[in-house]
Design a protein around this ligand. Structure first.
Ligand code: ADP
Ligand code: ADP
Length: 237
């Protein structure tokens, strides 16, 4: 992933524009995990959402696998990109549709991106994904409210992985969870990152877990990256 001079400005009203992301550049190598930290409101989520095309950039360029990622392109190509880049959200309570079963939630992306799979094949795949994230097929007919926060985040992770993305943004994936299960989720993400050779952007407001999971860390402040360094050297200055 190569991000060059990325800007995302929100027009708040006639006279004021919020420069949420204001000209940032960084690269993430294939299979690398970059931690993105900074205080609340500094623009981290906006970076993640712009890269994964939830938001359209105001200016700048995002390249992934040597192709330009931009939301104003042909539908087909955009679909491909979206499959390639998935997001894991902070709040497993609000990011899972409460009216859908776990089977429906996880297979939704497969229906769109792997239309060639039969219903049976999709079910087999979902059951494999549930195993992968530490749940099992007995869970597949249940609804999100029947699960704990940690289990819901596991479902969110399975949903992101279903379409076999190469790049994942995890936006504060443990911030809404009990301290007691935060480490389990971080360990799961780290294991999956290795196994699937994922390229990872890991967003958090503090350094505690990020140091452990990331190869390098970028520190944001007021829409800009103010520091970018190897995790282990962050304190050695
Ligand atoms: P962080 O993830 O670091 O907490 P965000 O990227 O969520 O920061 O937000 C950065 C700034 O952009 C904040 O001031 C936030 O209120 C604002 N912002 C985020 N999304 C939007 C939006 N869709 N419309 C307007 N302002 C937004
Ligand atoms: P996060 O915890 O990821 O920073 P928030 O709870 O701040 O998310 O924001 C929730 C949603 O509202 C996000 O989609 C964010 O982009 C959007 N948002 C944040 N600030 C604003 C704002 N000032 N105006 C409009 N939307 C916003």
């Amino acid at each position: 992933l190569v991000v060059t001079e990325l800007k995302k400005h929100f027009k708040l009203n006639k006279n004021s524009t919020l420069k949420a992301v204001d000209g940032i550049s960084f690269t993430i190598k294939r299979g690398e995990t970059l931690g993105l930290v900074g205080e609340s409101g500094c623009g981290k989520s906006t970076v993640g959402r712009t890269i994964t095309q939830i938001y359209e950039p105001s200016s700048g360029q995002i390249l992934f696998a040597n192709e330009v990622v931009h939301s104003k392109r042909g539908k087909q190509e955009q679909k491909k990109k979206k499959r390639n880049m998935q997001m894991i959200f902070q709040d497993p309570y609000s990011s899972l549709n409460p009216r859908m079963t776990v089977m429906e939630i996880i297979s939704e992306g497969l229906v769109i991106h792997s239309a060639e799979l039969s219903l049976k094949e999709r079910e087999v795949k979902v059951n494999e994904l549930l195993e992968l994230v530490g749940l099992n097929k007995k869970h597949s007919q249940r609804y999100p409210h029947e699960f704990s926060g940690g289990q819901r985040q596991r479902i969110g992770i399975a949903r992101a992985l279903a379409v076999e993305p190469e790049f994942i943004v995890a936006d504060e994936p443990i911030a809404a969870l009990d301290v007691s299960i935060q480490a389990q989720i971080v360990n799961l993400l780290k294991k999956l990152q290795k196994e699937k050779e994922l390229t990872f952007l890991f967003i958090a407001h503090d350094l505690s877990m990020v140091k452990y999971i990331s190869d390098r860390i970028a520190v944001m402040y007021l829409g800009k990256i103010v520091e970018l360094t190897k995790s282990e050297t962050l304190y050695e200055k």
